[in-house]
Design a protein around this ligand. Structure first.
Ligand code: FAD
Length: 452
């Protein structure tokens, strides 16, 4: 590989194995993936990205792209080829009067929330603040604000893209409209985003948020009441039915330590909406009831410690058609046999603004589903891989019966390529776009779509 040639073409560092910074560039959140590109380019601009793509094509080198590095499926970094590390491109400009933020593709949601909240503004982004804007927005982007303001794709106004040919284009409602449609849900397959223009909304600074943790003994009953509550819940409220192992600390009594518990994680845009949330606090005897006013930034970061980087993770998911009694019973039964010390499984209701966006208006599918079901199996020791992943497969297979057949693309595992097309509102249209913008499938370190 003529690395020195590449150094002449870009402003960013070009790092070969052994160079200072090479290991940091290839490091990702999920410890199951430890891959070594031939070279990592720490891009500093869209021009760096374009030059690197053109060079890689001319030299027949594989490409991988790193934003926040939080792909569940380990798609961030490939073995061999050229890694475009965009994590240093994290500039954010907030145009408060226009309610817009221009965000470079290496920014994380912690950075975006901090910059936008400075102006009392925010937009929908994941409930974990270390996630990158690029991977999340290009796949869909759900969060606490989804039911009120739609998903991240619904707030994407424009995106600057370097194509698989190394050309720079802008996609929006006025320019490259068809590409813009595809970048909102299938984006990682169609081009390399270098910056995003996101619509902002008045949010915070205070919101109502926190968790109500119930013993799992009566999970079936609590989840049925939760389902009824969410059926009529206002768009300003979101509540995840989350399960994890209770840690060996106060306020959890000893008999619950290490056992699965049911955690209703609550968010409401109005810090004074205690009355709205109250019914969720009365579904049994909570082990922990800690809901109160807090800043939006704190709410966004509250659960960051639960899924720490550097552990082993495996993701499984389905869009759920209806939270039927049978779906709830299957969910609870499998949580009771949970494997993996760090495992979480949850139901994330959809509805609200997400469901009101016409299905065909973006590539993102699944808008009509009742909820997203997601297992994040988490553990530390490689020796547990087979056991934990077999449990996750069994759980996911059981929940498939209750699914729509679709899934959120960002939650698909690396060994489920046959499910990728089910994530889109119109898979034929996505495949046609792939054929138009990346006919030779250079962008394939992702949940890959083959050109039509
Ligand atoms: C702890 C945790 C919590 C999460 N919570 C949520 C949540 O609440 N809501 C939600 O919607 N998702 C959530 N996710 C999923 C998340 O949206 C995806 O994992 C997303 O792909 C991560 O984006 P990234 O930029 O951090 O990842 P990366 O690993 O850097 O990239 C992910 C994929 O996007 C591609 N990509 C990266 N940058 C670009 C670019 N500039 N242009 C084109 N393609 C690019 C990569 O090639 C790769 O295929 C969560 C993930 C984790 C690990």
């Amino acid at each position: 590989m003529a690395r020195h040639e590449l150094e002449e073409l870009v402003d960013g560092e070009v790092l070969a194995p052994g160079a200072t910074g090479y290991d940091a560039a290839r490091k990702v959140w999920n410890a199951r993936f430890d891959r070594r590109p031939d070279v990592a380019v720490r891009c500093t601009s869209a021009a760096d990205v374009a030059a690197t793509v053109r060079w890689a094509r001319a030299n027949d080198e594989q490409l991988s792209v790193k934003g926040g590095g939080q792909s569940y499926a380990g798609h961030t970094v490939a073995d061999g080829g050229v890694l475009l590390d965009l994590s240093g491109m994290s500039g954010i400009k907030v145009h408060a009067e226009d309610r817009l933020a221009r965000v470079e593709a290496g920014a994380t949601w912690a950075q975006i929330d901090s910059a936008t909240q400075h102006h009392g503004l925010a937009t929908t982004g994941p409930t974990a603040s270390s996630v990158g804007v690029a991977g999340s927005v290009l796949g869909g982007g759900t969060g606490w604000l989804s039911r009120r303001f739609g998903n991240a794709v619904d707030n994407l106004v424009a995106v600057d893209v370097v194509t698989a040919d190394g050309e720079q284009v802008r996609a929006s409602a006025d320019e490259e409209r068809e590409l813009f449609w595809g970048m909102r849900g299938a984006g990682a397959n169609l081009g390399i985003a270098t910056s995003f223009e996101l619509r902002l909304h008045e949010v915070g600074p205070q919101v109502l948020a926190g968790q109500i943790v119930y013993p799992f003994d009566d999970a079936e009953g609590v989840l049925r009441a939760y389902r009824s509550f969410m059926a009529d819940a206002p768009d300003d409220l979101q509540c995840l039915a989350f399960t994890f192992r209770a840690p060996p600390i106060e306020p959890f009594p000893e008999r619950f330590h290490g056992q699965p518990v049911l955690d209703l994680i609550v968010f409401h845009l109005d810090p004074g909406a205690d009355d709205v949330v109250a019914p969720l606090q009365e579904l049994g005897e909570p082990l922990l009831d800690a809901v109160g006013p807090m800043t939006y930034v704190d709410a966004q970061q509250a659960f960051d410690p639960n899924l720490p980087a550097g552990q082993r993770y495996y993701s499984q998911a389905h869009d759920v058609a209806e939270l039927s009694g049978a779906a709830i019973d299957d969910f609870a039964a499998h949580v009771r046999t949970m494997r993996g010390a760090l495992t979480a499984a949850y139901l994330e209701p959809k509805g609200g603004a997400v469901a009101r966006v016409p299905g065909a208006s973006t590539a993102l599918g699944g808008r009509g589903a009742a909820a997203s079901f997601h297992i994040i199996a988490g553990w530390t020791d490689q020796a547990e891989d087979d056991d934990v992943m077999a449990w996750a497969h069994g759980f996911n297979d059981a929940m498939a019966v209750h699914g729509t057949g679709g899934v959120y693309v960002n939650l698909i595992a690396e060994d489920e390529d046959d499910r990728v097309l089910s994530a889109f509102s119109d898979s034929t249209r996505v495949q046609a776009l792939k054929a138009r913008w990346d006919p030779q499938n250079h962008l394939r370190a992702n949940h890959n779509v083959l050109p039509a």
